[in-house]
Ligand binder design. Structure first.
Ligand SMILES: Nc1nc2c(ncn2[C@@H]2O[C@H](COP(=O)(O)OP(=O)(O)OP(=O)(O)O)[C@@H](O)[C@H]2O)c(=O)[nH]1
Ligand SMILES: [Mg+2]
Ligand SMILES: [Zn+2]
Length: 321
């Protein structure tokens, strides 16, 4: 029997739903999308994914052998080379974890009030996207909730750095939804953000389905209840969306602390005046970046974002150089 290729839609406990490629070639399925196959990884280690916390993520290309007795199941034997992957550091596994693979755009979903706007979390998502060369935009969902001058200042800062900011609300006819639709048409996009910001609601609105479960916010903590538990790729009329589970933290991986400054190019115009060459902008004397943050020329919150990621990376490098 010869191997086939497919795309991972989602997976848990070593069972992965895989959509075969070249589906039109299957006579029985001519003219319609065949149901995905249920596949397992052969043995313990998947070729091409030897070092990762999770061998496969939604969006991965794979090679598999269909089961001779049950053509709707198969055995995975290889992960195909990735174009890119949105990665975070998995503390428990002490290894990189792919959230989604082979994507054209990251949509960082957030909300103004409930859950509260957390720009430093957005900075981390955007940094992970920049590290993997994935274009990104910010989607402020729940546009029916009021923003504050601080939120507007932060959003303005993203726009000034050429990161598009869209405002949506998940109700029929919302103009923001149309704008988002135009941005993501023809692409494979991944929705990421805190629990409860409305990622699944956006997916349902865009795809015109109510297929995926939407959650309530916890009254006590004003945050989502982690309704979506599995990243899942689903097609909609004009492209593909990977809806991911909300996460509380997003630990950066792949970047060395000493290189972090290269991902904060908005600091460059100040960094050239730092006294010490190779200034990390954290503890050095006469640091022009810190001075700019302290006297309000650079958003202090943005500078703090940098310092926190820097110290996280430094701490981790001490234990796992
Ligand atoms: N006010 C308001 N509420 C919204 C909007 N969009 C979604 N919600 C509500 O926000 C809550 C959470 O929505 P979900 O779509 O489950 O959020 P999620 O980001 O997928 O959450 P997780 O799956 O836990 O990560 C639900 O009660 C939605 O009805 C919006 O535009 N405005
Ligand atoms: Mg969800
Ligand atoms: Zn400096």
């Amino acid at each position: 029997m010869t191997g086939q290729k497919g795309t991972v839609l989602c997976g848990a406990n070593n069972i992965f739903l895989v959509r075969p490629w070249g589906a039109a070639g299957l006579p029985a399925d001519a003219g319609k999308e065949p149901p995905p196959l249920e596949c397992r990884i052969k043995g313990k280690i998947l070729r091409g994914a030897e070092k990762d916390y999770n061998p496969l993520a939604a969006g991965d290309g794979v090679s598999f052998l269909p089961d001779a007795k049950n053509p709707r199941s198969g055995v995975l034997y290889e992960r195909l080379e990735r174009k890119n992957a949105l990665l975070r550091w998995n503390k428990k596994g002490r290894a990189p974890q792919a959230i989604a693979a082979n994507v054209d755009l990251l949509v960082c979903v957030t909300s103004p009030q409930s859950p509260p706007f957390r720009p430093r979390f957005l900075d981390r998502l955007l940094l992970a996207a920049a590290f993997s060369d994935i274009p990104a935009l910010v989607c402020l969902n729940k546009d029916d909730q009021a923003t504050t001058p601080e939120i507007e200042e932060r959003l303005g800062d993203y726009e000034a750095r050429n990161i598009p900011v869209l405002r949506t609300r998940t109700c029929a006819g919302d103009s923001g939804l149309y704008a988002l639709r135009d941005f993501i048409a023809g692409k494979r996009v991944v929705f990421a953000g805190h629990s409860g910001v409305g990622k699944t609601s956006l997916f349902n609105c865009l795809s015109g389905s109510s297929g995926r479960k939407v959650g309530e916010l916890s009254e006590k903590y004003n945050r989502g209840r982690h309704t979506t538990v599995l990243a899942c790729l689903a097609a909609w009329a004009a492209g593909e969306i990977i809806d991911t589970p909300g996460v509380r933290e997003f630990d950066i991986c792949g970047v060395y602390s000493r290189d972090l400054r290269f991902f904060f190019s908005d600091f460059d115009s100040y960094a050239k005046d730092c006294r010490l060459p190779g200034c990390t902008h954290t503890h050095e004397p006469a640091c022009a970046v810190r001075e700019a943050a302290e006297n309000g020329r650079l958003l202090f919150d943005r500078y703090e974002s940098y310092c926190r990621v820097y110290s996280d990376l430094l701490r981790r490098e001490k234990y796992a150089p």
